[in-house]
Design a protein around this ligand. Structure first.
Ligand code: IPD
Length: 273
């Protein structure tokens, strides 16, 4: 294990918990502060406040590291490490009071994108119930201080999958078609609303797999490390790395079968066949 990992895990967890405290102290009624890629892609004042808090803390604690945050983009640092931050993953759930939304914080070495990075540590803190998942490269994955066991290998048939629907309206028809084609083969498909939490639930055995088109680095940086630390695979289609085009996560057999099914369905095509 890289000797920096334990300290980076502690920092990620401390920041995620402090951010969670800020959100829990916040107003009951949440207003939309703006929209981003589409009308459904919203940002609240709390998203902005939480990212500012995390950036301020990292400036004090780790001044040489870079930060890539969902709301404020990339600020590079000389150390080669970058903190990848989603201040509130599941903003729409947060807006509606649907109790699954988390703070996701990871630290990676190298370019902060899933095709290039080496993930060192990460934490996802589900704000409403304070469940906290932490992982470190070579140090395992943990839920509320309990080490998560290795994931059992299994196939796609009868699996419980998680997915998400990206905000781009032009992709939603394809996403609907893919879900309806997969449904007869699996136990069910959940759309929980916070990809980082889906990945942690997968690592904890509460889902068998997850697939999603349109994920950004901050949605997956921490959760994907939890999945790989329990023996899972996180990848894209046709041997590409996980990323915006497609992210498929789960045990090796399920991932291979799900990739094959998604490739056959043209799940990463932007135009309907
Ligand atoms: C979103 C959530 C959602 C996923 C979207 C993400 P945000 O993140 O993770 O589950 O389906 O693709 O963008 O915008 O709430 O931070």
């Amino acid at each position: 294990m890289d000797s920096r990992v334990p300290d980076l895990m502690r920092t990620a967890e401390a920041l995620a918990r402090e951010a969670g405290d800020l959100i829990r102290r916040g107003p009951e009624r949440v207003d939309v502060a703006g929209t981003k890629s589409s009308a459904t892609d919203v940002v609240t004042a709390m998203d902005l406040a939480v990212e500012t808090l995390i950036r301020d803390r990292l400036r004090e604690l780790r001044p040489d590291d870079g930060v890539l945050g969902e709301e404020d983009g990339l600020q590079a640092g000389p150390s080669g490490l970058t903190w990848v931050v989603d201040p509130i993953d599941g903003t729409v759930n947060f807006l509606y009071g649907l109790p699954v939304y988390g703070v996701s914080i990871a630290v990676v070495q190298g370019r902060p994108d899933p095709g290039s990075w080496t993930q060192l540590a990460g934490c996802v803190h589900n704000v409403p119930d304070a469940t906290t998942w932490t992982a470190g490269s070579g140090a395992g994955a943990w839920q509320d201080g309990r080490r998560l066991p290795a994931m059992a290998d299994r196939g796609l048939d009868g699996a419980l999958l998680g997915t998400g629907f990206g905000y781009r309206a032009d992709r939603r028809r394809t996403q609907g078609r893919v879900v309806s084609a997969l449904l007869p083969r699996v136990r069910d498909i959940r759309r929980i609303g916070a990809a980082s939490v889906d990945l942690c639930l997968l690592a904890a055995g509460a889902l068998d797999g997850h697939f999603e088109r349109g994920l950004n680095p901050w949605d997956m940086a921490a959760g994907a490390l939890l999945v790989t630390e329990v023996g899972g695979v996180v990848t894209g289609l046709r041997g590409n790395p996980a990323g915006e085009a497609m992210t498929v996560a789960g045990p090796p057999t399920l991932v291979a079968e799900l990739c094959e099914a998604l490739e056959e369905l043209g799940a990463d095509a932007d135009t309907e066949p």
